[in-house]
Design a protein around this ligand. Structure first.
Ligand SMILES: [Zn+2]
Length: 187
């Protein structure tokens, strides 16, 4: 995939937004008297977000080197990792590229969630049917509380009667596979 709305460019854009929101020290009045009193001011950087971004970057880098051990050095800027991963795996078979795209999409949605934006994930699950072969209904919902996708069909439940749950990764894989199939038939 290429263009401005590819999985990788969207993921990079959302990561940039997240970093800007959580990791940029807030701008403060620059008067020298005020600055002098701020020697011990807390660092306005969200360490949880920093950990999260580091883990995401590590995951995409590890996945890329597993797929292509000879890939050159990864970029240092987290936002640049997605384009790099896409570029160095572009020669792989379509199904391997879909795995990369699903990972990129999942991270992309997680970046939005960490930035407080549930709209992208809510929109995606609405367009995917339940993966349960005996269900396949269009009632998937994002659970903000549990960070999982739930099936709203009351007849679609697990062994203890709770709604069937799907990980975000599972639904992303389904989404990427469906979009790829649509693109194949369109060309
Ligand atoms: Zn279901």
């Amino acid at each position: 995939m290429g263009g401005d709305d590819s999985y990788s460019t969207t993921a990079a854009r959302r990561l940039r937004t997240l970093r800007a929101e959580h990791l940029t020290p807030a701008t403060r009045p620059s008067s020298s008297t005020r600055r002098a009193t701020q020697v011990h001011a807390p660092v306005p950087i969200d360490l949880d977000a920093l950990d999260y971004i580091e883990a995401s970057a590590h995951e995409i880098v590890a996945h890329t080197y597993t797929a292509v051990p000879t890939a050159g050095p990864a970029p240092r800027t987290p936002e640049a990792l997605y384009a790099w991963a896409e570029e160095v795996t572009a020669h792989l078979p379509a199904e391997k590229q879909q795995i990369r795209d699903a990972l990129t999409l999942r991270q992309s949605l997680e970046h939005a969630l960490h930035a407080g934006d549930t709209a992208p994930v809510t929109a995606m699950v609405r367009y995917e049917s339940c993966p349960n072969p005996t269900c396949r209904c269009w009632g998937l919902m994002w659970s903000r509380a549990d960070w999982v996708v739930l099936c709203a069909n009351r007849r679609c439940h697990d062994t203890v009667g709770l709604p069937t749950r799907w990980s975000l990764q599972e639904i992303c894989e389904r989404h990427v596979a469906r979009v790829a199939a649509l693109q194949r038939t369109a060309t």
